[in-house]
Structure formats: C-alpha cells, structure tokens
Write a new protein. Structure first.
Length: 428
C-alpha cells in the first residue's frame, strides 16, 4: 500500500504539476480528487511545455492510469479538447478513466458563474468563470447531474429537462441572462457521449484494488490551502477542499492509506483573483517577481499578484494537511533580490498573531511582521545539491522548514523536470 498526496500550500500555482510529473514517472496511478478545469498545471519536459487543466499531470507517463475522481467537477467538452490536443502532440490518452460519481459542469453553470460575477461588480470573487462554484452548489443542493447519469440516455435526458427549467428561471429572473433550450443541450451531449462512455469506471474500486495490490497511487491536488472552502480566505476561495482531507472525501480513501503528503511551496507568494494578500508587493518588487517567475495564470492568462513568502500561511497548510514533506519551488526566481523579507506574523490593531484570522476584514488591515534574510545573486538553476547553494539561500530554505516544523524533500530551481535538488527520495 502506498498513497502519495501532492497539494498546494499557498494560493495555488506553486508548481504542483511539475512535482506530480516528477513523481508520476514512478507511480501506477494518478488521481485528481477535487476541483475541475479551474486548475492550470504546467509540466515542462526537455523545454516542451504542456498545460493541463482537468487531466492529471501524470498523463505524460503512459504506464500510470490517470483517474478523474469522484470529487472532481467535470466539463466533458474541455476534457475531450484536452485529450485531443495531447493526442495531436503525440501523447496517447487511452489511460484516462472517469469516475461514475463525478459531477458534471453543465453549460448553465458556466453562464451562472459569469452572471454572478458580473452582478457582484466590485465585490466579484475573480473566479476562473469555469462554472466551478455553481456546479458544487448544485451538487450540495442535490440537483446535480453525474457522470453515471450519462450511461442511460433516457435518465440523463429526463434529468436535463427537469433541471433546465429551474436553471432557466434562475438565469432569466435573477440575472436577466439568456435561457437554455434543453434539446440543444441534449444534442451537444449526445454528440460526445460515445467517446465518454468507455472512460467511465468505478474509480473508488479501481483505487482500492491498486492500493491493496501494493501499487503506488498519487493523489494530485488542484488549487491550495488558502483557497480551501473551509480554511481559505472565505469568500475569496474555490468551492472544494484541496487538502489531504479532500483526498479522503473526493477519492473515497481513508486517512491511514495516505503514507506521504507533500506540500508544494513557492519560495515567494502569488495569488490570482480577488481577496486579501498581506505580503503583496504592488510595486517594482512584485513586478520583478512576475517577470522573472513568469507569473501569469496558466488557465486565464491573468497576471498573478506577487509578494513575499508568508509563513503562517505555509504552516497552516502543514497543520491542516498533515504534510510530511515540503517541496519548495521557484527558488531560482529569488536570485538577485538584495534582501528577502519573510512574513512570520500579522499585526492587527496593535496585536501580533502568527495564525490566520478567520475574518477577511482582519486580514485586509493586517500588517506583515517580517524577518529579513540577506539575498544571493548567483544563478542557481544548474545546482543539483543543497550544499552547493549559496549559504544565504540555504539559510532562507532552512528557515522555512524550521518555522513550519516540516522537512524539505525537494528544492526546485527551474521549470524543467530535471531542474531539482532532491533532499529526500520522493518515492521511498
Ligand atoms: P500548479 O498550478 O501548482 O501546477 O503551478 P502552475 O503550473 O500554474 O505554475 C507554476 C509555474 O512555475 C509553471 O509555469 C511552471 O513551469 C513553473 N515552475 C515550476 N517550478 C519552477 C521552478 O522551480 N523555477 C521556475 N523558474 N519555474 C518553475
Ligand atoms: P491551480 O490548481 C490559482 C482561484 C481563482 C479565484 C478563486 C475562485 O492551478 O493551483 P473558481 O473558478 O475556482 O471558482 O475561482 O480561486 N483559483 C486559482 N488560483 N490556481 C488555481 O489552480 C486556481 N483555481 C482557482 O482565481 O480567485
Ligand atoms: Mg496553476
């Protein structure tokens, strides 16, 4: 039995795709367990970049079964597009499986996401407009459509016709939007159904058979702790649980099956979309990080907001996920900054806290308390051992580990699969 988990420890885009791809070469199965195509995971192999939204980042290893798990919300049209693009580039996708329990993102979810954001005006969340929130809302309202419904066309058609009438009322009466014709929606699904049916499986059974058979199963998180529906900067969050607990819920796996939980930590902070960001640098420093780090959204292309590393955030991820390891990425991006302030607490109304306040109002007025580290100027992208890193870089990294009470297994010094310093073998 070997369950591995990779999750984000900040606001997403930490480099989970890279770490999953790295591990993916040695595993038998890679499973997405939450979120949907709001994710944008980048894998770079020999300079060739692939961005994945819905397919697990282990997809480039043809020997690992790629499972879209029960807790994911699936836009089937995006799924097929992603498969077609990869296959056209010479990466076969016949090892993709789709959970029968996963919920479907329907065309009205996309429209409602967009209309809600428009109506919210200056209070918008800055969602990816992929229909994620409205799909999860319908799931919990118990009016969602699931992948298994597609197996019986009559069942699917009846459900679509029923739900459309309700959704059209919402779209037209609340938001003044354009309603859907259920027959048009059904025709779109009828056209793709023959390609979807062979991918459908009982994912929970597959995952358990693999674990019981001694195989290595890797659970790939999307988004991150600070975007978690329970522990993030609510309401500026996504609508799922991108945590190790989310693996249990979204893949049907018990906690004791998770042997190793790796949190990916970017060496500084970024955030896409709205919401509080205590260490944000709305200045030359933030611009420099964005340019050197290529900080533009892999899903929406939006410039990412950039700032200094926030360690109470990372420690919260260690606690909530039960992280066993930290994989620190994009350390190369920090070369050339004279001083590197690291946030170790928040001053709110004259009092200092080292935990994350629940109220976003508190976070909005919080002033970061920094510990400053001297920077380094060397290019570190060719370095492959910790001892060869500039001492200031070693000190910076060791402090992250110390503050968070979690060992480091990997230091990533470039986007490519090979640009790493391995401190503890990833598959042990
Ligand atoms: P994910 O959503 O967590 O998978 O991360 P993204 O793929 O959205 O964003 C991470 C970006 O950083 C991608 O463009 C990666 O290719 C890139 N990246 C990952 N690790 C490193 C690294 O160590 N150094 C540099 N310079 N880029 C990296
Ligand atoms: P990966 O997996 C960064 C953000 C959106 C928005 C909020 C809610 O690449 O790390 P949603 O569309 O989920 O309802 O949007 O969450 N967001 C992400 N930010 N990385 C992601 O995924 C994200 N997925 C969603 O920008 O602020
Ligand atoms: Mg991303």
């Amino acid at each position: 039995m070997a369950g591995y988990v990779v999750v984000g420890s900040q606001w997403g885009d930490e480099g989970k795709g890279k770490v999953v791809d790295l591990l993916g070469r040695h595993v038998n199965m890679v499973v997405r367990f939450q979120g949907g195509n709001n994710a944008g995971h980048t894998v770079v192999v020999n300079g060739k970049k692939t961005i994945l939204h819905l397919l697990p980042s282990g997809i480039l290893n043809h020997d690992a079964l790629c499972v879209i798990g029960p807790g994911v919300v699936v836009n089937l049209f995006v799924l097929l597009q992603e498969i077609d693009t990869l296959e056209a580039q010479g990466s076969p996708c016949d090892h993709v499986r789709l959970s029968d329990r996963a919920h479907l993102i329907m065309p009205w979810h996309l429209r409602i996401d967009e209309l809600m954001e428009k109506r919210a005006g200056k209070n918008k969340l800055g969602t990816t407009k992929n229909g994620i929130g409205p799909t999860y809302a319908d799931k919990y309202n118990r009016i969602g459509l699931r992948v298994c419904d597609l197996k019986d066309w009559d069942v699917f058609s009846e459900k679509v016709r029923n739900v459309v009438s309700l959704k059209n009322e919402e779209i037209v009466k609340i938001y003044g939007g354009e309603p859907f014709d259920p027959e048009e929606v059904l025709a779109q699904f009828a056209a793709i159904r023959p390609r979807i049916l062979p991918m459908i499986c009982d994912a929970v059974d597959k995952i358990h058979k693999a674990l019981d058979g001694g195989q290595i199963v890797l659970f790939e998180g999307a988004q991150a702790n600070m975007l978690d529906i329970n522990y993030g900067t609510y309401p500026y969050v996504t609508s799922s649980s991108p945590t190790s607990a989310g693996v249990c819920e979204g893949a049907g796996v018990a906690p004791q099956k998770l042997d190793r939980i790796i949190g990916v930590v970017k060496a500084y902070s970024t955030r896409v979309g709205e919401g509080p960001f205590v260490t944000e640098q709305l200045n030359d420093i933030g611009d420099k990080m964005r340019e050197i780090g290529g900080e533009y959204g892999a899903t929406t292309g939006r410039p990412r907001r950039c700032g200094w590393l926030d360690l109470p955030v990372v420690r919260q991820a260690v606690r909530i996920n039960g992280l066993t390891d930290l994989a620190v990425t994009k350390v190369d991006v920090l070369s050339g900054f004279e001083t590197l302030p690291v946030c170790i607490g928040y001053e709110i109304n004259g009092k200092v806290y080292d935990t994350i306040p629940a109220s976003i109002h508190d976070l909005e007025i919080a002033k970061p308390v920094y510990k400053e580290f001297p920077g380094w100027s060397e290019d570190i992208s060719k370095i492959r051992s910790f001892e060869e890193l500039p001492v200031n870089c070693q000190n910076y990294l060791n402090f992250i580990s110390e503050y968070c009470g979690c060992r480091m297994c990997l230091v990533s010094v470039g986007p490519d699969r090979e640009e790493n310093i391995i401190l503890k073998e990833l598959i042990a």
